[in-house]
Design a protein around this ligand. Sequence first.
Ligand SMILES: Cc1cc2nc3c(=O)[nH]c(=O)nc-3n(C[C@H](O)[C@H](O)[C@H](O)COP(=O)(O)O)c2cc1C
Length: 372
Amino acid sequence: MSSKLFSPFAIRGAAYANRIAVSPMAQYKGDNGSATRWHDQHLGSFAASNPGLVFFESTSVEREGWGSLDCLALHSDEHETAIRQVLGNIRTYSETPFAIQFGHSGRKGSGKTPAGGRGPLPVEEGGWPVWGPSEIAYADGHPTPVAFGDDDLDRVRESYRQAAERVNRLDLTLVELHGAHGYLLHTFMSPLSNQRADAYGGTLKKRTAFVAEIVEIVRRELHDDRVLGIRLNAHDYVGEGTTFEDTIEIVKILQDAGLDYVCVSAGAITNEAKIEQSPGYLVPFASKLKKATNIHAFVTGMIIQPHQAEEVIADGHADMVEIARGFLDDPRWVWHAAEALGVELDFMMQYWMAKPGRWPGARIIRGTVAAE
Ligand SMILES: Cc1cc2nc3c(=O)[nH]c(=O)nc-3n(C[C@H](O)[C@H](O)[C@H](O)COP(=O)(O)O)c2cc1C
């Protein structure tokens, strides 16, 4: 069988060996914003088993945008050096391309880590003021954000620009702006969090204007061969929020600003959002978006089985799948997908003895033959 999931994908100067990406996954293992030894093993173990692309987790472009004290950031030389070190370590055994997600948590920032109990981190416990387009809190009990004035918007623009400048010095092929899950860029686009009366609020076009500027700024700064995408919610999952039709219009605006792809995702803009997950639940949105705008579509959300992923790509619904929990469960997801789809993969020499065709145990584990 000739697999489309395992077919190469080229975009700008980047070339990916297959259509499988390890989705960004916040680890809460940063050291004052810098990547650590944890990231070496976490990202390295995925890179060792041949996905087309591996993402660094959401990485904040400015201090005010941190999600928690343990999140990653890219606004100092130390942060840049730490990412360079992780990539350098992984490069000693893998050529797998890497990407980064630019984050800014906006009004969902200053949080406790999952281990610390989640929820807002009060200022008296080391928290910090959070920011948003308007003074509207994410939910009761969450801090009211400081609404951006003109100078503050300049500060954020410059942070994204500087982060892009740092990416040019790193071995990263792609930048995904985090524009989903209720974080800063999403809060500009949603009427639930943006009630500004200036050029950045009101109509859908005005609510998208700041995000379009960020796309333009990052695109202008990034070297030509680097890919630029954005992660967007399919819609807001709340009655008065953005609809899927709005998302299509947003993508058209961002496409004009220089965007290469959209990753379709889902996450809460308010605590009233009701998101029900089932296998491939975002694929129909990616498919329609791709047809309506002709943009490259990546898709995430419960893509778990090899044949399911194959169908997403072969039927033209998306160009790349971003898989998260499937990789936490099985860091060798790519090997097992290749085996299920009849694709011969190169194994790194260290793991070669476990190649399914060579190792009799593989057939027993998969239940193809019974153990004696
Ligand atoms: C541990 C964990 C951390 C995550 N962190 C991020 C993140 O940093 N940025 C992001 O956009 N999504 C994040 N997500 C969402 C995933 O990237 C993914 O889109 C989502 O889990 C759905 O895909 P899945 O069903 O394959 O897990 C995270 C998910 C998990 C499980």
